[in-house]
Design a protein around this ligand. Sequence first.
Ligand code: B12
Ligand code: SF4
Length: 435
Amino acid sequence: MRVLVVSSNRQRAQDTPLLAFPSGPAYIAGAAIEAGHEVEVFDACFSDDAPGELAGRVAAFDPDVVAVSIRNLSTYIRNAYQDLRPLFKEVTDCLKRTTSSPIVLGGPGFWNYGEELLDYLDLDFGIRGEGERVFPLYLETLERGGDVTGTPGCVFRRDGKTHAVPVEPISDLDSTAFPAFELFDVEAYRQLGTFPAIFTKRGCAFHCTHCPRSALEGSAYRLKSPGRVLAEIERARRASAGDMFYFVDNLFNYPTSHAEAVCRELVESRAGIMWTADSITPLGMTEKFCRLMKESGCAFLCLAAEHGSESMLKRMERGYTPPQIKEAAASLDGAGITYLVTLLLGGPGETPETISEAIGLVDSLPGAPSVLATVGIGLEYNQAVAVEALKEGLLADEREIFEGRFYFSPALGEEYLLELADTLKARPNWQVRGI
Ligand code: B12
Ligand code: SF4
């Protein structure tokens, strides 16, 4: 079948210091190619007239099915809030006008908000979860005229009701298809400062109160073998994806033994690539391990400290203490790895005192790291902070979350937040978002 994969994300460098590569679309495009389909992609990110160009592409390619990947629903930054859903709607409305072929939704945004997105976009079908297996399965069912509503992870509307089939996580990630990075303009992304994104595992063993990942992906790790990670990188390089990669695991360095094995594979095979990762937990960051990361090509890392106050780290269920953040920073600095520290301030329990503790901790870190501080927690489904917001009466109904809502600790008044913004923005190396 002719399959058009649309990457609908249009957040560019001017909107975010953290630009994303369309790796979800690349993985599902790779899976469809491996299953024998003819695949083209449309990447809305670099288009000034996405609906116009998409209409042209649909006319030229005449797809039998269109897969639309939906990433983040908003910027998740209170003072730079942008609701991205109308941009997705522009894309899907254009498809509805230009083709009668089925439209299937998927991607991280759809994973958590499938039902709401079908209603918002007025569409009838999408698939939650990892697409490498289920997307080809869906295509095969569609091709033989079978019932696609049995597809694992699918959400569909029928007779005025929405139905959801449970997600089936992929247990053997090594057996999945390689991502088709060659279908994307890797160079354009590189110029905006981001790189082909590869993941070495799925799942997360932590349950941080601001994050839905373990609820969605499961808390058991599903690992790619180091050999498979290397093969993915080599395949991507042959397809001109360049020599710089972004590991996009929830936490690249946890479990540490797996990250070590991946790094050793890169060293022993003399892969000669450079890489960075989002994100790194302070846990297990010995200097020996940091040296191994450096030797394997690590160019730069994002140390996701998220706080520096002992009580807040506990409350956020981060699983480490301020001294462990300091040790990790010392190891990175000792190994000569440049790093950025992230902070996530303003959650339940936050006070001006705990914020001072966080600033004090960051000030004490070696290597003068850059700091990216986000103030205010973007609420999400499957997130403990949202449950707290409901309890505190800050949300009347959970469904408000789909409209974009934030949590700010009631102990931080607007006046204090304005002052905080002035103080933090005046600091060299700090980027402050949310206030
Ligand atoms: C790494 C990462 C980043 C990196 C990206 C680096 C890079 N070079 O790409 C950085 C730090 C830059 C980043 C930034 C942001 N991110 Co981010 N990021 C992630 C993370 C951890 C992994 C994303 C990834 O690449 N995964 C690997 C790919 C292969 O997986 P995937 O995209 O999910 O695709 C799979 C499935 O979704 C599915 N699929 C995808 N498309 C389709 C389509 C169809 C039809 C089907 C059937 C299936 C399917 O199959 C794919 C293969 O398994 C996710 C969390 C997570 N674990 O998913 C958050 C996540 C995507 N980010 C999120 C957010 C909020 C942001 C920011 C807005 C943060 C901010 N405030 O700045 C920005 C937005 C940036 C932008 N749009 O440009 C949220 C989005 C929440 C939402 N529902 O809206 C997520 C989901 C985290 C969370 N809270 O759960 N991010
Ligand atoms: S924030 Fe990171 S470590 Fe914490 S639960 Fe989410 S993915 Fe896991």
